[in-house]
Write a protein that binds this ligand. Structure first.
Ligand SMILES: C[S@@+](CC[C@H](N)C(=O)[O-])C[C@H]1O[C@@H](n2cnc3c(N)ncnc32)[C@H](O)[C@@H]1O
Length: 325
């Protein structure tokens, strides 16, 4: 367990300067940080608002990790009532905003994925760097954990999860190795699973791999346990309706499947009429709702990559609400 000071010292928000370029504070601005984590981005937004002299700027932070919320509360305490936090999944962001009675939002941020707090705590079971229970739930204690998935899912389902979410070429071998191992006894710890995966990996691949052979499998299981792609899909679907005209939504992703989902969603929402060319007048009635502000995703600078290796795969995409709310 971290103390608050230690957590905020260890924690470096990813792409902070790049995000803040898209934040243009004005009085009464309403912001949502859908992944509050340790409050690093939220603090940056509120500081920028304060420095710009914009009064009555408010921010709602969501996280499904109550440990993160408790730590963020300490960091964000200097902003008093201007910052609220709620323990819930970001797929329910519309519900959270409605509860506050806010008519709309001017800035939404989602920095999706796992936090350093989660990765670095062996008892949360996200990493095999140290041994811990095979858990991986962001909302600790709620829903099925990774041990249930690894020990009880049909081998086909495991293979598909590892192949799709982990983009792991050896998914079939790994799933079969898990099946063999669990026939001898339940796999209960992160190190035990990592050892099974390592043994399943062909020696030639093991030698050529930059990362530990279990890295992709752990990522895949984490995404499945936390329904990460479903969460993102529901969040994206809700975001345009929540934004005021001119409001912006910024998403940082760390996985190619997630970045692709954001890219396609933004592109789709930036496309108006879908009628075939030969139709003289629009009959579909579709109007574009978003304008894409990042033609290509923004990644970390060389300096950030060097200072924070976890930022390396980060991709930021931003879009702006157009039209009338
Ligand atoms: C990368 S961290 C965010 C760090 C944060 N931007 C900061 O500056 O401290 C991601 C956070 O999102 C949370 N999270 C991930 N998926 C979520 C979801 N579907 N709903 C709510 N919170 C989620 C995780 O629990 C984690 O705390």
């Amino acid at each position: 367990m971290y103390g608050f000071g230690e957590a905020s010292r260890l924690h470096i928000p990813v792409l902070l300067a790049e995000i803040l370029e898209y934040v243009q504070p004005f009085p009464g601005m309403r912001c949502l940080d859908a992944t509050l984590g340790l409050g690093g981005h939220a603090e940056g937004v509120m500081r920028k608002a304060k420095a710009a002299g914009a009064h009555d700027v408010r921010l709602l932070g969501l996280d499904r990790d109550s440990q993160a919320l408790a730590l963020a509360a300490g960091r964000l305490a200097p902003f008093g009532d201007a910052v609220r936090a709620s323990h819930r999944a970001f797929s329910d962001c519309a519900g959270a905003v409605a509860e506050l009675g806010w008519p709309g939002l001017d800035f939404i941020l989602a920095d999706i994925g796992v936090s350093s707090l989660q990765l670095d705590a062996p008892e949360r079971g996200f990493s095999f760097r140290e041994d811990g229970p095979l858990d991986m739930r962001m909302d600790a204690g709620h829903g099925k954990n990774a041990a249930a998935l690894v020990n009880e899912a049909p081998v086909q389902a495991l293979r598909d999860i590892i192949r799709e979410y982990g983009e792991e070429p050896q998914a079939g071998r790994i799933a079969r190795a898990i099946e063999d191992a669990r026939a001898r006894g339940r796999i209960e710890t992160t190190r035990a699973l990592a050892a099974v995966v390592e043994r399943a990996y062909p020696a030639k691949w093991r030698a050529a791999s930059r990362n530990h052979p279990a890295t992709r499998t752990f990522q895949a299981l984490r995404m499945a346990v936390n329904r990460e792609l479903d969460e993102l899909k529901e969040f994206l679907r809700a975001a345009p309706d929540l934004l005021n005209p001119g409001g912006r939504v910024a998403v940082i992703s760390f996985h190619s499947l997630e970045d692709r989902m954001v890219k396609h969603f933004f592109r789709d929402e930036a496309t108006g009429c879908r009628c075939p060319r030969h139709v003289p007048r629009c009959v579909c009635g579709r109007a574009a709702r978003l304008k894409v502000l990042t033609k290509k995703p923004t990644g970390p600078s060389e300096a950030e990559r060097a200072a924070n290796p976890r930022a390396r795969s980060a991709k930021l995409r931003v879009a702006e609400r157009i039209g009338h709310a």
